[in-house]
Structure formats: C-alpha cells, structure tokens
Design a protein. Sequence first.
Length: 338
Amino acid sequence: MLSVIITTLNFQGNSKLDMPSPDISTQIAGIPLDNCLYNASGAWCTSEQELTDLAQSAAGAYIAKSTTIAYRAGNPKPRYVETDWGTINSMGLANGGFDFYLSFAREKAQQLGKPFFMSVAGLTLENNLDMLRRLAQVDEVAGVELNLSCPNLPGKPQTAYDFQRTEEVLHKVFKFYKRPIGVKLPPYFDIIHFERMAEILNSYPLQFVTCINSIGNGLVIDIDKEAVVIKPKGGFGGIGGDFVKPTSLANVRKFYELLKPEIQVIGCGGVKSGQDAFEHILCGAQAVQIGSCLMKEGASCFDRISSELRALMLEKGYQSLDDFRGKLKVNTDEEKGY
C-alpha cells in the first residue's frame, strides 16, 4: 500500500515537468512572432550592430530607434542614468536618420530572418507623412510604430496629449497608409483621458497601440553633488524601469478594455522578469516590449525572461498566452479594516 502511495505522489509531483514547454509565440497585425518579447524602440536599437544583436537574440521581433528624417546626435550627455528603482533619460531622439534604418531594412533585415519594425517620430507632421509614404512601398519592414509620445524634445509637446492634434495626424495618415501600423502612447492617468483617446483610436484602422512610453519630466538628484543626474532640460527626463510598471499595467489594462478587438495592445514598462511579462499579458497585452532591462543586460535578457515566463506558465498549467491573456480577475475580498 505504501509503495502505491509513493508512486502516486511521484507521478503527481512530476506531472508538470512532463508537460511540453509552453508556447509563447504571438502575432502582431497578423505578423507571426515565435516569442512575445521584443525591444522597446529607444533601447539597444540605434546602430546596425545593436539591431543585429537583437535579430540574433531570443526576441520574437525587433524595432528600430524612433527615426527622424535626418540623423540626430540627440541631447547632450549625460542623458541616461540607471538608479536602484529604474532609469531616467532625455535622449532627444538620437538616431541614425530615416535612410539609415531604411537601408538596414532593405539590405539586412530580410536575411536576418526576424520581423523588423520601424518607429517613426518626425519633428513635424509633414516629416511623418513623408516617411510613411516611403515605407508604404517597403516590404522588408513588417510594420510601423508611429511615435506620438516622445517626452524629451525641448520645445516639442507630446502629440498624444493633444487629442485634436492626434485626430488630425491619424486622419492624414490613413488617407493613404494601408500597411500594418500602430501608435506608441504616453502614459495616461485620468479615466476620461483613456476614454477620449480610445474613442479616437477606435475610429481608425490601427492594428496596435504600445503602452507606454516613459513618464515624462521626472527629476533625479545626486545628493552628494546636490545636482541633477542628467544634463538636458535642466535635469528633467523620462522615467522608466521598475517605477513605471504599475502605470504601464494600468494603461495596458484600460486600453485593452476600451479598444475594439481589432486593435492589439503591446505592453511596455518595467519588464525585467518573466513575472513582469506575465502580468502585462494577464492585463491584455498581445506582446511585451523591454527597455530599461535591455539597456542594463543587453540582448541576452530575452533568453532569461523567456525562460522565466515559460516556467511560470508551466507552474500555473498554461500552455499558450491565450490561456490567460486579458483574464485579470477583480478583487472580491471582503476583509474588514484598512
């Protein structure tokens, strides 16, 4: 009898180990990704070498740095600093310029064999339209993320905080652009702002939205020097990393609830572990971008975080992302007190 009990316990204890490795593939705008994780535009994606590193990593796709028409050196250094709770940056759209990333797409991306996205962040609406007209003819670019949310350009407002301007931009873009395209959004904090932006986005044939860009205009101080830690904008910069995860999750969740099903949500913000990625997907994310952690660890982070995500899914008995995507539960506890 004892041997029967031991055999049963051993079988039950090893049953999850015998399950196949969970599938973390996904698709964005119908484009298949064998891994739901990839880089956030702005992190490890400025140079040809960085882009190649991403293409050869465990990431399911990769996206270029938000590009302007011409090369930009960006804001003066130091402009990126890591802290024990996250990061602050004011890069100022430092990038290789549109032709550089377009040449990479045409000459390198196809042979590297992984979906390559471009991020467009023209300094004017006309710049954006010019770049999109050219991209409309480029098969080597899987899709475009239109960045409406850069918080680190002196004198330039974030388009996505101006609802009328956002509608004007999208109206002009969709007069001619028919390829896979989404928008990158800043963080929103008021429910009425979520609802207004969702109303606008639902009016256009977008395939995805990325939530969120960094939280703009934070300030970090070096107490020993009694000075700010970055140089641009008097020390003001975008906050990323651990600190922004609750805000990012809230934005992913709310837009997942408000947007029509045809518009997918891509989570971005505070992801440095498999659990963080799991939480984004639980809130409704179709895919998850990684920024600050990628800057700290390099492209090897995708392999580690993928393994952690699969292990957590295995522990919970999930075999695919669809098993738990968007299935966040509400708290029904009725405990008394604070």
